[in-house]
Design a protein around this ligand. Sequence first.
Ligand SMILES: [Zn+2]
Ligand SMILES: [Zn+2]
Ligand SMILES: [Zn+2]
Length: 107
Amino acid sequence: MTGWTVRPDGGRPQAARRCEHTPVDEPPVPRGAVCAECSARGRCWVSLRMCLTCGHVGCCDSSPGAHAHAHYEETGHPVMRSAAPHDEWAWCYVDEVFLQPGPADDG
Ligand SMILES: [Zn+2]
Ligand SMILES: [Zn+2]
Ligand SMILES: [Zn+2]
């Protein structure tokens, strides 16, 4: 893992595709394999996202709870990645861009 860079085909087409929130440290260990908030209420979710700042696991915006977004609102932790093992993408809530693993490309 060498960090994250903005995905060229992701995010808003008109916007400057920049993100200065990409974590460069080792990713945190996920705090769980479920959305704790939903699990405690016996609710379902669509898919999970993991906070790259602290490892919080919450459900995505397509889920009724949207707890990953709630975690961003609560903590200001800007970048979440998909918690699915084969999903190599992340999302910056601040810049609203998709990120992919890899070094920054200044091309
Ligand atoms: Zn950002
Ligand atoms: Zn949830
Ligand atoms: Zn967090």
